[in-house]
Write a new protein. Sequence first.
Length: 391
Amino acid sequence: MLSIPGAPRLFASALVGRLPQGMSSLAILLLVRGATHSYAAAGVAVGAYALATAACAPFVGRLVDRFGRARVLVPFALVQACAYVALVAASRSGASVFGLVALSAIAGALLPPIAPVARVLLREVFDDPSLRDTAYALDAVAQESIWVAGPLVVALVIAVTSPELAVVLLGAVCVSGTLLFVSSPVVRRSDAPRAPDERRSALASRELRSLLGPVALTGMALGAIEVGLPSLAIHAGSRPASGLLLAVWSIGSMAGGLWYGSRVWRSSLVSRYQLLLVLAVVCTAPLIAARTIDVAFICAIVAGLTIAPVFSCQYALVGRSVAPGTETEAFTWISAALIGGLAAGSAIGGAVVGPLGVSAPFVISCATSVVAAVIAVGVRGVVQESPSRAG
């Protein structure tokens, strides 16, 4: 796959361009916490950032489809960097919580949709369906590596300097990563504005609409686990293990994605998607009974195994269902559904830990994955699949 001309540069530049996604939550959380001395305010700021990203992503994606990638990505990256600088200035000047939350939301709304654009380009670079499915799997693995590397970069910067510099660095990485991505030959040779068509929308695709429910429910399941793992660590008496449990969870996802992408599948894509959602329940269920750190580490790795494969199937299904001229918007709708689901799952998971115990978020995760698998049954009758790769 990486022998295809332009593919290595595309993957590498997209990885750098997406690094701010893994950095932003922790950097903003610690900046606002330091300015307000309130974790509640910091949590609201991070939530506002994520929800603004989800709400505005489809609109930004449609702009990319209409005006071209570089014409949208670069200005958004530059303005987002300015929003980060404004957020730092506001935190140093004693701005109100409302002002900090508003600036965080503005920064989230301006996030350049590099990940959706990269997934669109994978459709253009890889004509062979088997290579394209492998490319989606590798993209899902790369996404997981961002969630591992991003917080580590922020933690290192803060240990040496301050949260303010971490947020400034966030803006610098956003601009430089975006410029590196749009300068990729694959991006430049296929980047051209399209004829205006105000009536065209990615949501006109019935296939895409059928995927939004399972994607959002998958996000809810993951959001509940993101809350459940730190809660489990604290309940077991090891607060420092919170971050390690989340890290090994992501490592499990990366391992699952590499295994999935290295295989050649005879089953249909929709059947695989349904099976992986069911396996997500099976892999997450052991966390319900975990009570010690040692057991939690093993269960967290197992719980992560299906994440990247599920994402890979979702990307492939979107790639098969989008109409020409709406590709980026379609992938941003999937991102918006996932982010919205993550926010809801985190909120629900956090709300049930106190009254119901540390097992409750994992029960919720399993339940939402079951519902996602049931809804995905309907996808079979909607998505018009092209022939699955043989082997």
